[in-house]
Design a protein around this ligand. Structure first.
Ligand code: C2E
Ligand code: CA
Ligand code: CA
Length: 749
């Protein structure tokens, strides 16, 4: 009845509320935390990249704009300077032409008879020079003859005294430019010819200059400091006062007069042959204003480009971060996988705080059973429950991951074995509470723990924890990887590396352990047991290196070496006519498993080489070969092979495994060696078993050896049970060949 109820309970499907992700389980903590941490990191990186890029681009932009402006200013200044010089040259040219013309005319008139001076002559000369008027004046008589507009003449004559002494160029404000040259007339009075040029002609020149809209052009008479002409560009808003102040700062003659003054570029060039100065002023800010407009557009374009670039960068980095995230995440639990875990370890654990950290590797024992009973889906749920229960238990700077199928790794900030054991026990108990509630079942873990400081880094600590966890299978008991195991592993590594050289060097030797015939009480056989005389470490027993060679696949080499040593010894005994003891040699089950069905041929060849008679050597095969090969036919073929070349076969460690009786049923062997475990904690019951096994073996024509016998009374009992041979410390430990020969000689007597 009770059982029925339990069965029904067992088949109950888990309640919805119990399901991971619904209700009672909050599947967030560690995985999401890791994810958030990683996102934060990516975000930081992204921001830093963007800030640096923006700063670089903006810096470049500012520098570029500044250089552009400076370049523009320089170019414009140069241009304005050239223009101004050209303008001054043009004016000079005009003035020179006017002056030369008037001087020539004066010269001609001085040499010409007076009556030839007619108005007609003057009008022709004025037309030729495009003058507004021409006049001939005398100091005493005033205007003697004139042509054209001479309105400005009278006043000028009063003011200009030097006219009778030398050629002059004069300026009548806003009216004319006057060219005069004195000459001596026939009457002897002081005479001069005056060409009147319209002021407009020069002004036109000035006006025709470039940059009319942005510059100020001034023709300054330095003699009077008067502005002869002032042209202000339409866009220029500079009061006359400001212009005056500006010009007051202009360097004197003889100095560089293309200069920057108060944000303006000022170019001043003398008009040759006069005291005039042609000046152009151009404020730089008009340039900046213009360039500024372009710079704004330029800036806007770059900002847009920057925004597009930033957005693309963001998308690329986010995609990369997502990809990386995926690579570091375990899809089943949503937390990190082994790689993600190692990355976190790298962040949390550094060289200095290694001492405070340990890793624990937990492997669910017999998870296949869970999967096959509950189905894969529920199996996955259980894995999620395990992961999330652990992750809830993780503190600051700790982490958990599912590193493989049913493997979990914890990074714990704990130092002592007790604290680690306690934490793991409480977490596994909580896991089992949930599993018991949902499935009426519990699970066990194989647990290995390793301190990071012992292993050197998190990755090695994980390997070591897994290694030590495998040694103690299951039971929720923590196995700690310590210095002892570490030195054992380093010894194994050293042995592994020196094996080849030692085989070459023949550093391996055999010891013989006698087997004594129980009835006759005399030595009848011996077992060859290998020893390694290591060049650095001295004599090493097989337990320290055989498992290692079985793992790395080199055991076959050693087995054949020992077999050959035994053959050599037997042949030696025969050659020397000594008594020859039958010797048994061990073959590793790994050697048998991997050596193929033709393995016996190698043994046969060596036996032939040393001409060993049949039946002299026995091979000891452990009865677990069936577990390894699981092919009865395969094993039979090998056994028959050995026997066909005259080698006997014994089943070693008989009774140790579950398959002992199957072995007897399937295989014909010469001997069975009862395992030492039969004789430990002996009872009436176990003796009965032994007695009947012996009887059974005899009925199958097999010889029985009891091994590991240490007590005299065991010998007595075995003799009564008709056990054929006895091997054990009670007679002798395995001893070197020479010692064995002495022992044998003594006991044969
Ligand atoms: P095994 O074949 O079962 O060898 C018997 C082991 O039990 C030997 O240990 C032997 O010294 C020990 N022994 C013998 N009598 C007694 C006793 O009265 N009390 C106790 N406590 N122990 C006893 P050993 O020499 O250390 O060999 C250990 C194992 O190494 C062997 O177990 C065998 O499996 C393996 N082995 C030794 N030599 C070879 C070899 O040449 N090839 C292979 N494949 N394995 C070998
Ligand atoms: Ca053996
Ligand atoms: Ca044995």
């Amino acid at each position: 009845m009770g059982r029925e109820r339990t069965d029904r309970k067992l088949r109950k499907k888990p309640e919805a509320a119990d399901r991971p992700g619904s209700g009672s389980f909050l599947f967030i903590p560690e995985g999401k935390k890791n994810e958030r941490d990683m996102k934060k990191q990516t975000g930081k990186l992204l921001t830093a990249v963007l800030i640096i890029m923006t700063a670089l681009i903006l810096g470049g932009l500012c520098w570029n704009t500044f250089s552009l402006q400076r370049g523009l200013n320089q170019t414009v200044a140069q241009y304005v300077a050239d223009n101004n010089r050209q303008l001054a040259d043009h004016i000079s040219f005009r003035i020179r032409a006017g002056r030369e013309f008037v001087t020539d005319l004066a010269d001609t008139l001085g040499r010409m008879p007076g009556f030839l001076l007619t108005q007609d002559l003057l009008s022709r000369k004025a037309a030729a020079m495009e003058l507004e008027g021409i006049a001939v004046v005398s100091e005493t008589g005033g205007v003697k003859m004139a042509f054209g507009n001479t309105s400005s003449l009278e006043r000028w004559l009063q003011e200009e005294g030097e006219i009778w002494e030398k050629p002059l160029v004069s300026y009548v404000k806003d009216q004319n430019i006057l060219f005069s040259a004195p000459y001596a007339s026939e009457e002897g009075s002081r005479t001069a010819v005056v060409g009147i040029q319209e002021y407009q002609d020069i002004q036109d020149l000035v006006k025709r200059a470039d940059h009319q809209k942005n510059e100020i052009s001034i023709l300054l008479d330095t003699g009077t400091d008067e502005w002869m002409m002032l042209e202000k560009g339409a866009d220029i808003l500079m009061p006359d006062e400001q212009i005056r102040t500006l010009l007051a700062q202009l360097p004197g003659p003889g100095e560089e007069r293309h200069v920057n003054i108060g944000g303006n570029f000022v170019a001043a060039d003398p008009v040759e042959g006069t005291k005039w100065l042609q000046i152009t002023v151009i404020p730089f800010d008009f340039l900046t204003r213009r360039a500024g407009k372009y710079a704004d557009i330029y800036f806007l374009l770059i900002l847009t480009a920057l925004a597009v670039f930033g957005a693309s960068l963001f998308l690329i980095v986010r995609a990369a971060a997502r990809k990386e995230q995926m690579l570091l995440t375990d899809s089943l639990t949503g937390g990190c996988n082994r790689d993600g875990f190692l990355k976190l370890c790298g962040e949390y654990v550094n060289r200095r705080n290694q001492a405070g950290y340990s890793v624990a590797c937990l492997n669910v024992s017999d998870f296949r059973r869970i999967n096959s009973y509950w189905g894969e889906e529920e199996g996955n749920r259980i894995l999620q429950i395990i992961y999330h229960t652990f992750s809830e238990d993780m503190g600051e700077g700790e982490a958990v991951c599912r590193s493989g199928m049913d493997h979990f790794v914890l990074l714990l900030k704990e130092k002592t074995d007790e604290a680690i054991t306690l934490r793991i026990r409480s977490a596994t108990e909580r896991i089992n509470e949930v599993i018991r509630r949902r499935y009426l079942d519990t699970i066990e873990f194989a647990i290995g723990v390793c301190r990071i400081a012992v292993a050197g880094n998190p990755s090695k600590a994980i390997s070591s924890a897994i290694f030590v966890g495998k040694q103690k299978a299951g039971g929720n008991v923590c196995a700690f990887y310590d210095e002892g195991i570490a030195s054992k592993l380093s010894l194994e590594k050293e042995l592994e590396e020196s094996f080849d050289a030692s085989i070459q060097n023949r550093d391996f030797f055999i010891c013989l352990q006698p087997k004594v015939a129980s009835r006759r009480q005399e030595p009848c056989q011996a077992e060859a047991l290998v020893r390694w005389l290591h060049p650095q470490r001295g004599v090493i027993g097989p337990d320290q290196f055989i498992p290692l060679l079985e793992r790395n696949g080199k055991i076959g080499e050693l087995d054949l070496y020992v077999f050959e040593e035994v053959c050599r010894l037997s042949a030696e005994w025969i050659r020397r006519g000594k008594s020859v003891t039958e010797i048994s040699v061990n073959i590793s089950r790994f050697h048998l498993k991997n050596g193929g069905t033709q393995i016996w041929k190698k043994y046969g060849q060596i036996k032939e080489k040393y001409r060993i008679p049949d039946g002299m050597i026995e091979l000891e095969l452990t009865e677990t070969i069936l577990i390894d090969t699981s092919q009865v036919g395969f094993v039979k073929e090998i056994l028959n092979g050995f026997r066909s070349c005259g080698l006997k076969v014994a089943l070693d460690d008989f009774g140790f495994a579950y398959s002992s009786l199957t072995m007897l049923k399937e295989f014909e062997v010469d001997t069975i060696k009862l395992d030492r475990s039969f004789f430990l904690n002996e009872s009436k019951r176990s003796r009965k078993v032994v007695a009947n096994v012996i009887r059974l073996a005899h009925s199958l024509d097999m010889c029985v050896v009891a091994e590991g016998i240490e007590e005299e009374e065991q010998v007595e009992a075995l003799r009564e049970m008709r056990c054929d041979r006895i091997q054990g410390y009670v007679y002798s430990r395995p001893i070197p060949v020479e010692e064995f020969e002495v022992w044998r000689d003594e006991h044969e007597k």
